[in-house]
Ligand binder design. Structure first.
Ligand code: G6P
Ligand code: ZN
Length: 608
């Protein structure tokens, strides 16, 4: 192997070295840009902000400086780059590649056509193979489910060697660097890579060698999924003449994965693939799989935006429907005119995990985890099956720590672990991101197992969910979002509820009694960190919950989320319309927060 490139010019002044040609770095003077603080989902801004001179470059250089300072050897190993296909992806990929080379990276992998889903990035980083040098990290170019295009959003996120998003100490260091940056390095004459063809570009000069390889978008992730699920059983289900499905990729990056699995492996027709061609503006849509934004799928599956049936005959409606978000990590699951809440989906996948080879082969599921606002449906499964249960703040990173407890922190092994959030994210420790297509295959695997006996009428998604409620009771659940409200007003509203928590405890409200009112705080059992102020909770004496949070991913202004959950064990009351079942609790929630008084509205913009 030829030596890697030193990261800074303190050791060897490569800029002055003769004969480097396309490997000669140029040092470009720059100055700090405001507001480059990455959240856990990376740095997200309007595309117009990202396309300003040096904006992307400053952030990328700050990231390289931070990871090198943290001890990452970027001169060996591989840097992975890919994104969800949104506008400005191709340009950003070429810039990052040229900067990576200038910073001393000697191997780069890029997804074909620049496309890699967030879960696929995690899978590729984690892949250990004889022919592939392990990746030390990845840049993912995505703003997840936010709209894309020149007038919409762009984003960049760095994932580390474990396949998960950079930890806070690293994102903090990146941010600090963005505040003091004075220069960045770029190999201006490094060849522009043809992203449309899988294959390698090798550049050799003056004893240095750089390899850039365009890799298949889907193959590594699909191979991993094939090792997790019972594909032959799923094939039998899909081959049944009385089973039809549809999968909406919402013009995001999921299309190539869905087509690889369902058309290529399972032989389904292209008709089952909805919006499966990635578009750089997601066709003008909002690629977020929920009852509000996945309008087209909802209609095909015979539902309205409240999840209620619209007049269609059974035959017109597929037996199974699913959708993915822009970067392929979220999922929505539907049956025939039937919506499965993400909280129920998590509980049902956990309850049936013994049907999934990945879990049964490891001696069975060991733990489950959910974010605090996610319903307690999975708690009942954990109790029944004697699993460890974790309640974390909102954000996938908290699950990552649990998964890495043994290997990275020398603690207990909580794996195999299934985790999920009410925000349409589900997954397991097979990677370190949530995984949309994983959840879809998990459901198909469970359906396949329920239909393993030949010549029986189809056991449907609805049958499986109803049998689950019959056994465990039902956690009626609804989320109200109030988007674009005034940030100061929303913050004041949250503070007021926090201050009132003692006064509210043991108080009767409507038909309910508040047993505990508190502000959720999380003590991470793995790294000992404490996350304070993670939402206000009203825990009712009968087990119902009303929870308030400010979204951490809001575009402009603030988004208030109100989560309503009511547990029902009575077998006679398991099949009510959700909004009827929780109507009185919604009224209680609205009065407890007084959002009308603080923010001037009590009409939600989105209901899920
Ligand atoms: C992203 C994160 C999730 C989180 C979700 C909602 O998708 O990856 O972990 O649950 O945002 O966050 P929010 O703060 O907007 O409710
Ligand atoms: Zn996403």
């Amino acid at each position: 192997l030829l030596p890697g490139r030193p990261y800074s010019d303190t050791k060897v002044d490569l800029t002055a070295a003769p004969g480097l040609g396309p490997l000669k770095p140029t040092i470009v003077k720059t100055s700090p840009k405001e507001g480059q603080k990455p959240g856990t989902s990376g740095l997200r801004k309007k595309t117009k902000v990202f396309t300003q001179e040096n904006y992307l470059e400053n952030f990328v250089q700050s990231t390289f400086n931070a990871i090198v300072a943290a001890g990452t050897d970027i001169t060996t190993g591989t840097l992975l780059i890919g994104g969800d296909g949104r506008y400005f992806n191709p340009e950003a990929i070429q810039t990052i590649t040229k900067m990576a080379v200038a910073n001393g990276v000697s191997r780069v992998w890029i997804g074909e056509n620049g496309l890699l889903s967030t879960p696929a990035v995690s899978a590729i980083i984690r892949e250990q193979g004889p022919t592939w040098k392990k990746a030390f990290g990845a840049f993912i170019l995505t703003a997840s489910h936010n709209p894309g295009g020149p007038e919409e959003d762009f984003g960049i996120k760095y994932n580390c060697e474990n396949g998960g998003p950079a930890q806070e100490f690293l994102t903090d260091a990146m941010f600090e660097n963005t505040k003091t940056i004075t220069q960045y390095s770029i190999c201006k004459s490094f060849p522009t890579i043809d992203l449309s063809k899988v294959g390698a570009t090798r550049v050799e000069k003056a004893g240095l060698e750089v390899n850039v390889e365009v890799v298949s978008t889907a193959s590594t992730h699909v191979a991993l999924l094939e090792s997790i699920f019972d594909f032959p059983a799923i094939q039998k289900l899909l081959d049944r003449p009385d089973f039809t499905m549809i999968y909406d990729s919402m013009h995001g990056v999921n299309g190539p994965y869905a087509r690889e699995v369902f058309c290529k492996r399972f032989g389904l027709s292209e008709d089952t693939m909805m919006n499966s061609v990635p578009k750089d503006d997601f066709n003008g849509g909002h690629a977020d799989p929920n009852l509000t934004y996945a309008k087209e799928l909802i209609a095909v599956c015979g539902l309205d935006k409240k999840g209620l049936k619209i007049g269609m005959t059974d035959k017109q409606v597929p037996d199974f429907g699913a959708a993915a978000d822009g970067d392929g990590d979220r999922n929505m699951i539907l049956g025939k005119q039937f919506f499965v809440t993400p909280s129920d989906s998590l509980a049902i996948i956990a309850a049936n995990s013994n049907k999934i080879p990945f879990f049964s082969a490891q001696g069975g599921l060991k733990s489950v985890a959910r974010s605090m606002p996610t319903s307690g449906a999975v708690d009942l499964v954990a109790k029944d099956l004697n699993l460890s249960l974790f309640e974390t703040p909102t954000g996938w990173k908290f699950f990552g720590n649990l998964m890495d407890s043994k290997d990275l922190f020398g603690g207990k092994d909580y794996t195999p672990l299934i985790c999920g959030e009410e925000s349409f994210g589900t997954g397991s420790n097979h990677i370190r991101e949530k995984d949309g297509i994983w959840a879809v295959l998990a459901w198909l695997n469970i359906l396949a197992a329920a239909n393993s006996k030949p010549n029986k009428p189809l056991t449907s998604v609805e049958d499986i969910v109803k049998a689950h409620w019959k056994k465990y009771g039902r956690n009626y659940y609804v989320r109200y979002d109030f988007e674009g409200v005034d940030k100061a007003a929303a913050t004041a509203m949250m503070a007021k509820m926090g201050e009132m928590r003692e006064a509210n405890t043991n108080k009767a409200v409507g038909a309910y009694t508040i047993a505990t009112a508190d502000i959720f705080e999380y003590n991470d059992p793995v790294d000992g960190s404490v996350s304070k102020n993670q939402g206000v909770r009203f825990l009712m004496a009968d087990g119902s919950r009303v929870i308030f949070r400010l979204s951490g991913t809001a575009g402009s202004g603030a988004t208030v989320r109100m989560y309503i959950e009511k547990y029902e064990a009575d077998k006679e009351k398991l099949h009510l319309n959700v909004l009827d079942a929780v109507g009185d609790l919604i009224a209680v929630g609205l009065s407890l927060c007084d959002i009308k008084g603080f923010c001037g509205t009590d009409v939600p913009t989105v209901i899920t």
